[in-house]
Design a protein around this ligand. Structure first.
Ligand SMILES: [Zn+2]
Length: 203
């Protein structure tokens, strides 16, 4: 009798924890398909992304940040994500750049292009795997003016590479979430659980 009662209390406690915790976990994050734009690169492309690095990347001190960002996404478990450096601008799927441009109002940006070379300003228009190139740009001028620490720069590099994989922004209306796909000055040096599970679902 006593054993049964303890189990019942324990079950009730677990149910109550579930009721309290679930709305935050489920409602706050975009997961699986909801985490991705309606257009994105193909899985075949993502499995072996050719990348080209402009000389402006080292000029503005971004070489290690991009290198780390590639490695961290590459290491996501159960996701076929790979990189291969190329010296061919034309062959590259991702092209990395640095700028030092204070009037530009961003710390970083990822710009997808379709097969015609057109910039897809809204990657949610259309559907299917139609990204043929992505340009990733980090902006030293904006980061310097806004007091970015090295960990904030690293988060920005991780975030922009996440966009290159087709990931959209995670919602921030319930406070900062534990994901590199949130906007703003965050200090992440690696991708987070939700980021890993989302790319594992897709790739
Ligand atoms: Zn973004």
């Amino acid at each position: 009798m006593r054993k049964i009662r303890v189990r019942a209390v324990l079950s009730l406690a677990i149910i109550m924890i579930g009721v309290i915790a679930l709305p935050q976990l489920v409602m706050a994050y975009f997961s699986n398909a909801a985490a991705f734009f309606k257009t994105y690169p193909s899985a075949a492309t993502v499995s072996s992304m050719k990348y080209w690095t402009d000389s402006s990347v080292s000029t503005h001190g971004f070489t290690a940040y991009f290198s780390n960002a590639r490695s961290k996404w590459d290491a996501a478990p159960n996701a076929q994500i790979g990189w291969s450096a190329t010296t061919s601008y034309d062959d590259a799927f991702v092209r990395f750049y640095g700028v030092n441009d204070i009037p530009l109002d961003y710390a970083g940006i990822a710009k997808p292009y379709n097969s015609n070379g057109s910039y897809l300003a809204d990657p949610d228009i259309g559907s299917g795997a139609i990204w043929h190139k992505v340009h990733i740009i980090l902006n030293k001028g904006y980061m310097d003016a806004n007091g970015y620490t090295s960990n904030m720069i690293q988060k920005t590099a991780l975030h922009e590479v996440g966009h290159a994989l087709g990931l959209r922004h995670q919602p921030d209306n319930e406070g900062p979430l534990d994901t590199v796909m949130i906007q703003g000055k965050q200090t992440f040096t690696d991708i987070r659980s939700i980021d890993k599970s989302n790319v594992a679902w897709k790739y």
